[in-house]
Ligand binder design. Structure first.
Ligand code: G1P
Ligand code: ZN
Length: 542
């Protein structure tokens, strides 16, 4: 095997964010850019001969070229076994599962829910042997290596074919091309009551799954249509495309428009769901009914014992700090611990590994469990189907009953995308300077109980993460949270999370926008959003 050592100079911007290194595609296509980062990553991962590396991506533009580069560099850096999904495809949760089946780590190519294509976004991240995103200590070390890199290694390999299943010996490295769906589908069948879900569809229950021309298409067709008997055509936008058909593959009320149109129209089906670019996010809809991701987590936690994989109960639950406290109420009733972590799935990893939690989730359409170490879109869909089959009730009935039992957390998130960084930093600086004076003051009829910049100490490994978002907590359980996105690629994105808690039965059925109107005004006023960003409306409201 001929290995070439290429002289290079470091790039200053190779610092991974909330979920890996994410940049505009042309940035990754610059000479040496991907190679530099991969070299830094492989050196830090330090896989030994005999260990396996999983590689796969969501199929977006540049996926295949990047995988080719990574295979050649892995070989040149002494890795002897790589496992790649056919066509270079693996959903993020399926990659996590494959890694957990015995690999030392994995490289996932995706920019998640960000648009793809020559002018879209691309991304790369490393998952460790537990199947989860590498912790901050690892990503910081990779960034430090990348900032000092002067050479990378790449091997000449004989021709190989990513579209052919099976083992291909390539000199010093062995390539295994695997079916991206099979192992994942088996895992789902081991967790959920497929017979009950099959019977549900056989009784005429109808759903729509919008795969948004992203990675879950083949997974959803196989599991929902082939294995569970949902009618052909249940899955729409099922063919993964390099540019996601020009869409924005983010499953929310704004971007999953095909699904939303149907599910809020006169011909709405019983159940609707969507997932994102790399298949780890989910949106759940009932007939003309939206389930907030925070509520979804709480409902799944409350109903977990109806599902075979969780029949023994939950060890604990966790949510990211900006996620509504709906699941906290369930945990309290169940008498199990509830952890509040910073934004980003990587913070759930230690808790899952230590067996302290079973379910976890984020308000950003992410839900998951200890079955893998990533959030998992289709898993959430199957969980809901299992609960619906077991309870024999509609999505809306299940959620309304949930509110009646546990109370309701009204919740909304305002995103201001592509704000000039200076203005966004100004907003955060203003809020930080106001923190000390807030407790005890009255805002929009509520009293501030505490205000801080969220800091977290991991209860398992003791690692700390500071400045994870500004929290304004009110005495009645309402909260306002502000933070800057760590996944955007253009300017800054300001996220404002607004939540109030309601337990009075007559006040559980309000429109969210009505219930939160005053609190939204308080939130935007406190941060001087309009004055400082010039934006009178957010880019997206979820
Ligand atoms: C966003 C979400 C966060 C999620 C991440 C990756 O990160 O807010 O919950 O874990 O995407 O999907 P952000 O852009 O806010 O840093
Ligand atoms: Zn994603």
């Amino acid at each position: 095997m001929v290995v070439t050592v290429v002289t290079t100079s470091p790039f200053a911007d190779q610092r991974p964010g909330t979920s890996g290194l994410r940049k505009r595609t042309p940035v990754f296509q610059q000479p040496h850019y991907l190679e530099n980062f991969v070299q830094a990553l492989l050196e830090e991962a330090a896989l030994q001969a005999g260990q396996s590396l999983v590689i796969g991506g969501d199929g977006r533009y540049f996926n295949r070229e990047a995988i080719g580069t990574i295979i050649r560099m892995a070989a040149a850096n002494g890795i002897t076994h790589v496992v790649v999904g056919r066509g270079g495809l693996l959903s993020t949760p399926a990659a996590s599962h494959l890694i957990r089946q015995g690999a030392a780590g994995g490289i996932i190519l995706s920019a998640s829910h960000n648009p793809g294509g020559p002018d879209g976004d691309f991304g790369i991240k490393y998952n460790a042997g537990n199947g989860g995103p590498a912790p901050e200590s690892f990503t910081n070390a990779v960034a430090a290596r990348a900032a000092a890199l002067t050479r990378y290694r790449v091997a000449d390999l004989p021709p190989y074919d990513l579209d052919v299943l099976g083992r291909q010996p390539l000199g010093d490295v062995t390539l295994d091309v695997v079916d991206p769906v099979r192992a994942y589908a088996d895992l789902m069948a081991s967790l959920f009551d497929f017979d009950a879900i099959r019977a549900l569809f056989a009784r005429g229950f109808r759903m729509r799954m919008d795969s948004m021309h992203a990675i879950t298409g083949p997974y959803a067709v196989e599991i929902l249509e082939r294995q569970l008997g949902a009618p052909e055509g249940t899955v729409i936008n099922a063919v993964p495309l390099p540019d996601f058909g020009g869409g924005h593959p983010d499953p929310n009320l704004t971007y999953a428009h095909d699904l939303v149109e149907e599910m809020f129209g006169v011909h709405a089906l019983d159940f609707g769901a969507a997932s994102d670019g790399d298949g780890d996010r989910n949106m759940i809809l009932g007939q003309r009914f939206f389930v907030t991701p925070s509520d979804s987590l709480a409902v799944l936690a409350a109903n977990a014992t109806l599902v075979p994989g969780y029949r023994g109960g939950l060890a604990g639950v966790a949510r990211s700090m900006p996620t509504s406290a709906a699941v906290d109420a369930v945990a309290e009733t169940l008498g199990i611990p509830c952890f509040e972590t910073p934004t980003g799935w990587k913070f759930f990893g230690t808790l899952l590994d230590a067996g302290r939690i079973t379910l976890c989730g984020e308000e950003s359409f992410g839900t998951g469990s200890n079955h893998v170490r990533e959030k998992d879109g289709l898993w959430a869909v199957l969980f809901w189907l299992n609960v619906i089959a077991a309870r024999g009730e509609s999505v809306e009935q299940i959620v309304r009953q949930h509110w009646a039992t546990y109370g309701r957390n009204y919740y909304t998130r305002y995103d201001y995308e592509a704000v000039p960084s200076e203005a966004a930093n100004g907003v955060m600086a203003l809020l930080r300077s106001a923190l000390a004076g807030l407790p005890g003051t009255s805002l929009g009829g509520r009293t501030v109980h505490a205000a801080d910049d969220f800091a977290y100490t991991d209860p398992v490994d003791g690692s700390t993460s500071a400045k994870q978002g500004i929290r304004v907590l009110f005495t009645d359980g309402a909260r306002i949270v502000y933070r800057l996105s760590g996944t955007g690629t253009e300017g800054a994105t300001i996220r404002v999370y607004i939540e109030s808690r309601e337990t009075v039965p007559e006040r559980l059925g309000m429109e969210t926008a009505v219930a939160l109107r005053e609190l939204v005004d308080v939130a935007l006023g406190l941060a001087e959003i309009v004055a400082r960003t010039g934006r009178t409306e957010p880019t997206v409201i979820t």
